[in-house]
Every structure is written in structure tokens, then in C-alpha cells.
Design a protein around this ligand. Structure first.
Ligand code: HEC
Ligand code: HEC
Length: 323
């Protein structure tokens, strides 16, 4: 936090300096020098105003924590733990699992910003997945704090860079409680790092200022899930905890490429042309029915771990009118 505040102050100092240089350029008497000097200093000042504005907005989004912590205590019934285990396997394992998200236990340690070539964002800092066993961050978090992290994407003192962009603010209260119950029920495993963010000012501008993608709105009140069943409505909820809507767009009609992510296709076209059995086979094997295997970017393993009923609901959702 202090590093970012200092970087922000340096940015403001540069802004003042260039503002002053622009003023000086304005006062040059000879037009031959005045025009180019004014253009250069004026442009740089404008760029700095813009960058400082985005940085200020991003810093406010990062360090002002509006969501309060409730004094929640999850009952942790066997039913809750079983439901939580299912949801964690579908939704959280791929990032928080050991071995870069491949398997249990949930020891984390994966840096989401590190990658190869175009997928490497380490110039913006790091976002390392947390150890979600009682041997990691759980030891130091109340149930209310865990609820806030999952529902609102806020940690103890700051917005969680990655978590706040995931669709879990739409998870029901019951399912969020179930996840907390399961997390607490696991065996404690310690790891070299408990994870967390180290986002520099470039990252703050890119990910938190709202230039590239809007920050999610924080919902208020109790959230309940639609009744479970093989319906399009419940399928939409499955697409929420399955994280499909994060990439394919909130109504699953695809998204355009941005500076930090490639375009993602509308899956409804492909799914609309195959049967439910063929869809289940596609999601369980990672190979499109009658076609190519999914690339790494498409996390079909999340869906492969779903129950038959949830996959059927997902199929019903993707073949129903867009919602
Ligand atoms: C796309 C990867 C990804 C997925 C999926 C994901 N997480 Fe995270 N999680 C992170 C990262 C990265 C951090 C470190 C802070 C940050 O950048 O958000 C984190 C941090 C956390 C924390 C620590 C919060 C704190 O107070 O420090 C909790 C709790 C958490 N995640 C819970 C979950 C749960 C529960 C799920 C599944 C419902 C989940 N996460 C799914 C990437 C992910
Ligand atoms: C991290 C981003 C991401 C997430 C999350 C994601 N997808 Fe995808 N998905 C992709 C990309 C990228 C492709 C295109 C792959 C290709 O053909 O190159 C794709 C392709 C597909 C296709 C095939 C579309 C076609 O025309 O061939 C289907 C079906 C699909 N996704 C369904 C899902 C479902 C269901 C979920 C949730 C369980 C999901 N996706 C989650 C990124 C994602």
C-alpha cells in the first residue's frame, strides 16, 4: 500500500512539474520556440492528468473497503459440508488447488498474473491464490470475513484483485455458507505462502480503475438460488458457480477481446447444434463433440466435475432463449 501511495505522490509531483513547465513554455516570447515547447509540455501534462486520475480512482477502489463484516457463524452441518465440497471442486479448485490448481488440498500459491508471452502480466505485480485450508488464511479470518471475501471480494484491508472480479457475488447465502463450512472442515496444511496481492500502480490502473472492465456492483441483502432442477433458470445459476459467465459474458453470448484477454465465443451456437448427451460428453472429456479439444484457456475441468443434473441444467440454459 505504501509503495503505491508513494508512486502516486511521485506521479502527482511529475504532474505539477509538467504543469509548471507548460506555464513556462507559455511565457516564452519567441514563437519559434514557444509552439513546440508548449505542444510537448502540454501534451505530457494532459497525459499525466489522465494517468493520475485513473490511478486515484483505482487506489480508491482498492483501499476503501465499503463492505462491512457480519458476525456470521456457520453451523457446519454435514449437508453444508458436502454441498460446499461440491462447489469448491467445481469453482475454487482450479485456482486454489495444489500443483497450479490441479488437485486437492487447497494450498494455493498460483500467481494469476505470471504467465508466458502475451499472458504474462507480472509487470503489474502479483496475485497469488490463498491457502484455503485451516493451515492458511482461514486461521486468521472469521466466518464473516470469509463471507465478505467471497460475496464482495474484499480482504482485511483492501479489495482482493482477483476475487472481486469473479462472479461469486451472485452465489446464494446458503451456498456461500456451505463453502465456508467445507473450507473449515478440511485438514490444516501449511504452505510456503498464504497468498495475497502485491499489485503495483500499473496494476491498480489496469485492473481497478474501471478503464478495461467495470468493477462489479456490490449487491445488498440476502441472495437465494433458484430451485434446483433441470431448468434454464437453475442452469444459469450453475453457469455462475461454474464461472462460465465470467468469460463468456453474463448472458453467455460471448465477449469481445480486450487489452488483457482474447475474444471468447458464444457457446450457444455450438451447444445448440448438439444433443444433451453430446454436451455432457464434451464437457466431461474436454473434446468438442465431433471436433477439436478445448484449449487450456477453456476450463472444461470445472464442468467435468459437475453432477449429471447440473450439466443437464447448463444445457437447458444454453439452449433456451438468451437470459
Ligand atoms: C481465477 C482464480 C480464482 C478462483 C477461481 C478462486 N479464487 Fe480465491 N483467490 C484468488 C486469488 C488470486 C487470491 C488472492 C487475492 C486476490 O487477488 O483476489 C484469492 C484469495 C482468496 C481468499 C483470501 C481472502 C483474504 O481475506 O485474504 C479467499 C477466502 C478465497 N480466495 C476464496 C475463494 C473461494 C471460496 C473460491 C471458490 C468459490 C475461490 N476463492 C475461487 C483466485 C481465485
Ligand atoms: C477462462 C475463460 C473461460 C471460462 C471460465 C469458460 N470458458 Fe468456455 N471457452 C473459452 C474460450 C477461450 C473458448 C474458445 C476455445 C477455442 O475454440 O479456441 C471457449 C469455448 C467454449 C465452448 C465451445 C464453443 C465453440 O463454438 O466451439 C463451449 C460449449 C464452452 N466454452 C462452454 C463453457 C462452459 C459451460 C463454461 C463453464 C463451465 C465455460 N465455457 C467457461 C473460455 C472460457
Amino acid at each position: 500500500m505504501f509503495g503505491n501511495l508513494i508512486a502516486f505522490l511521485v506521479l502527482l509531483a511529475l504532474l505539477v512539474l509538467f504543469g509548471w513547465l507548460t506555464f513556462r513554455a507559455w511565457r516564452i516570447k519567441r514563437w519559434l520556440f514557444k509552439i513546440p515547447a508548449l505542444l510537448v509540455t502540454g501534451m505530457l501534462t494532459l497525459v499525466l492528468v489522465f494517468v493520475a486520475f485513473l490511478a486515484g480512482k483505482g487506489l480508491a477502489a482498492m483501499y476503501i473497503v465499503p463492505a462491512p463484516v457480519s458476525d456470521l457463524t456457520v453451523a457446519s452441518t454435514p449437508e453444508q459440508i458436502a454441498r460446499g465440497e461440491y462447489l469448491v471442486n467445481v469453482a475454487c479448485l482450479s485456482c486454489h488447488g495444489a500443483n497450479d490448481g490441479k488437485e486437492m488440498p487447497l494450498t494455493g500459491g498460483l500467481d494469476i498474473l505470471a504467465g508466458e508471452g502475451e499472458e504474462d502480466f507480472s509487470f503489474a505485480g502479483s496475485m497469488v491464490t490463498a491457502n484455503l485450508t485451516p493451515g492458511g488464511v482461514l486461521a486468521d479470518r472469521s466466518d464473516g470475513e470469509l463471507f465478505r471475501a467471497i460475496r464482495y471480494g474484499f480482504g482485511k484491508n483492501a479489495r482482493l484483485g482477483m476475487m472481486s472480479s469473479l462472479p461469486y457475488h451472485e452465489l446464494s447465502d446458503d451456498d456461500t455458507h456451505a463453502i465456508i463450512a467445507f473450507l473449515r472442515s478440511q485438514e490444516a496444511v501449511t504452505s510456503a505462502t498464504n497468498g495475497g496481492d502485491n499489485i503495483n500502480l500499473i496494476g491498480v490502473i489496469l485492473f481497478l480503475s474501471g478503464v478495461l472492465f467495470p468493477l462489479p456492483e456490490i449487491p445488498a441483502g440476502v441472495i437465494s438460488a433458484p430451485a434446483p432442477g433441470v431448468t434454464a433458470e437453475y442452469g444459469k445459476y450453475v453457469a455462475t458457480f461454474g464461472e462460465c459467465r465470467g468469460c463468456h459474458g453474463t448472458d453467455m453470448t460471448g465477449t469481445e477481446a480486450t487489452v488483457i484477454s482474447p475474444a471468447v465465443p458464444n457457446p450457444r451456437i455450438f451447444v445448440g447444434a448438439i444433443t444433451r448427451e453430446q454436451f455432457v460428453q464434451t464437457m466431461r472429456t474436454g473434446v468438442r463433440f465431433g471436433g477439436e479439444a478445448f484449449p487450456d484457456l477453456m476450463p472444461w475441468e470445472n464442468a467435468a466435475r459437475m453432477t449429471d443434473d447440473d450439466l443437464a441444467a447448463l444445457y437447458a440454459y444454453l439452449t433456451a432463449p438468451v437470459q
